[in-house]
Unconditional design. Structure first.
Length: 296
């Protein structure tokens, strides 16, 4: 129980800090949460509706415009992620600007990390970090690093792509238009998975994180008696080319799966068949998350 209390306290601190940032920087170009899903999950956790620790970090961008001698204004962008345990652990921050060379950027970020490690433990620090960037970042634009100790290997960090799989639960899915939307949107966003209509309704989509999030934001805007993300899987892929993404997929396309319905309206799906289908795909453990019982 005590960890739940501590976790909850950390989560509450994160939410109030994000609220503070959005009231100080109301415009998207200054402050924007990039993973709304993670934020919703965190709030859900705090409101005690969910005992499950959120599966992804809240991510956001803080942009700072800085006056640079003889170049007028330069924008520095801070890409931030708050680990679930923040502020007990440090935030993850990467500062970028089009005027920084690769090695200047690496030096700036490593100095920022040192500043974090020396000055913060256990308290919210995003505003202080933003101030530090505002005061120090411009100086890195003119740093000549040709003679410095930064090695090329540091400079070749590849971009990381995230592969996501969402398991969505709905009280029921009967409506033909909604079912068509689910299939069409998945196709448009290059997502694979399946949709099991009926009661309950189950939707699984997998693919690029940003595409899954776009899919979810569209689906949840439709009217539902109840719809939620039951489970979410995120895998970071170094490089993350097309082949790496294909390798992660457990489904080839997104199709509707009807498992011999029985019952008066023919809308109650045979959960035993769903279980076997998931088992074939290597996802049997998901069954329990949906229905809270061991499959058979």
């Amino acid at each position: 129980e005590t960890t739940k209390m501590a976790n909850q306290e950390e989560a509450e601190i994160q939410i109030s800090e994000l609220d503070l940032l959005s009231s100080m920087f109301p415009y998207e170009e200054e402050f924007a949460v990039t993973d709304q899903l993670a934020l919703a999950e965190l709030k859900h956790y705090v409101e005690n509706e969910s005992a499950e620790v959120p599966s992804s970090k809240v991510q956001f961008i803080l942009n700072v415009k800085i006056e640079v001698p003889n170049a007028s204004m330069v924008e520095f962008s801070m890409a931030c992620a708050l680990p679930f345990k923040y502020p007990t652990v440090l935030p993850e921050i990467t500062v970028r600007s089009s005027l920084l060379s690769r090695s200047q950027q690496i030096l700036l970020n490593s100095d920022l990390k040192t500043y974090l490690m020396q000055n913060f433990s256990g308290e919210p620090c995003m505003l202080s970090v933003r101030e530090w960037v505002k005061d120090h970042a411009a100086a890195y634009i003119d740093k000549d690093l040709s003679s410095s100790s930064i090695t090329v290997s540091d400079a070749t960090q590849s971009e990381v792509t995230t592969f996501t799989r969402l398991w969505i639960y709905s009280h029921h899915i009967y409506n033909k238009q909604k079912r068509k939307n689910i299939v069409d949107w998945a196709k448009e966003l290059s997502l694979s998975g399946f949709c099991m209509p009926g009661k309950p309704g189950v939707v699984c989509v997998e693919g690029l994180q940003s595409s899954c999030e776009e899919f979810w934001s569209r689906v949840r805007r439709l009217t539902w008696k109840r719809i939620l993300i039951r489970h979410r899987e995120d895998v970071s892929l170094e490089g993350g080319g097309h082949a790496d993404i294909q390798k992660q997929r457990k489904f080839s396309t997104l199709e509707e799966k009807c498992f011999d319905a029985h019952g008066a309206r023919g809308n109650h799906m045979d959960l035993g068949q769903l279980y076997h289908f998931l088992e074939e795909k290597g996802c049997a453990d998901i069954f329990q998350m949906y229905f809270g019982v061991e499959g058979h």
